[in-house]
Design a protein around this ligand. Structure first.
Ligand code: SAM
Length: 279
């Protein structure tokens, strides 16, 4: 029998090949090509437009890090907005927090949520949480038009191509600024500084043009090429490098802890140089 491999094409010159046991689902939604695979070594995975989004093996690193850093550095993160995040991993981590009183989640593609609930239930495990209001809409339009105000916004978007391009731009960040309380914070996944240097740099500079305090932190997520993955926080008041006194201790996590929180903001020299504009 023929071997089945999935080629993830990161550029004309760089592919990652994943050995596949079974194609569980394949469809073209109104927004993107959606594939769910069962792989030999990474468990079940979600692929959108040819790019790996989450794998069962390492999703905990990304989801713990995009959620717990901001939730533990904001003194009262009661009302939170997630943009994107259709696989449900960010929501799962957020719902561990008892100080969370309500979460609005705006995902453009309802087929992502439906398929992740069916095929990736360990990731999509919190959609029944009573604090959740789920909207299937464009996050860009939602942020422009909502009258709600939030303590924390988490932008868990796909790469800056297709429907996610504007989620990395200044106009979107200005609208986020307007819907955040005076001590609000936003965290965005901001790509690989080594491999997607332009996208990383632009995200940082765009956030800097809007928020007084902008900080980058890193995590190693093998699924995402290449090198450490970055997250960038824009904050109106609180320093995201500090764990605040009110932070809830999270138990049962596999990656995040107090030392990781602080250490993740220590940046290698080549990344500091990119942020200074020297690269
Ligand atoms: N962890 C992932 C990564 O970095 O590869 C991202 C996970 S999540 C699957 C990304 C989600 O963002 C997708 O489900 C996609 O449909 C959604 N998305 C893209 N553009 C969007 C937009 N404009 N508004 C709301 N959701 C959007």
């Amino acid at each position: 029998m023929h071997e089945l491999w999935f080629n993830e094409q990161n550029s004309e010159n760089y592919q990652v090949k994943w050995r596949v046991k079974k194609v569980l689902h394949h469809e073209t939604t109104p927004y993107q090509e959606l594939v769910i695979l069962e792989t030999e070594e990474w468990g079940k995975v979600l692929v959108l437009d040819g790019a790996f989004q989450v794998t069962e093996k390492d999703e905990f690193i990304y989801h713990e890090m995009i959620v717990h850093v901001v939730m533990n550095s904001h003194p009262n993160p009661a009302k939170v907005l997630i943009i994107g995040g259709g696989d449900g991993g960010t929501l799962r981590e957020l719902c561990r927090h008892q100080r969370l009183k309500s979460v609005d989640m705006v995902e453009i593609d309802e087929r992502v949520v439906a398929n992740c609930r069916q095929y990736l239930p360990s990731i999509a495990s919190a959609f029944a949480d009573s604090r959740l209001k789920l909207y299937f809409a464009d996050g860009i339009e939602f942020v422009k038009n909502t009258a709600e105000k939030y303590d924390v916004v988490i932008v868990d978007s796909s790469d800056p191509v297709g429907p996610a391009v504007e989620l990395f731009g200044t106009a979107f960040y200005n609208n986020l600024d307007a819907i955040l309380h005076d001590d609000g914070m936003v965290v965005v996944q901001s790509e690989s500084p080594l491999y997607y240097t332009e996208a990383f740099k632009n995200t940082y500079n765009n956030l800097k043009s809007v928020f007084p305090l902008v900080k980058v932190y890193l995590a190693d997520i093998p699924t995402y090429v290449s090198g450490p993955w970055s997250f960038t926080v824009g904050s109106k008041k609180h320093d995201p490098t500090e764990i605040c006194a009110e932070a809830e201790k999270q138990y049962g996590l596999k990656y995040y802890n107090d030392n990781v929180h602080r250490g993740a903001f220590c940046l290698p020299s080549y990344i500091e140089a990119i942020l200074r504009g020297n690269e």
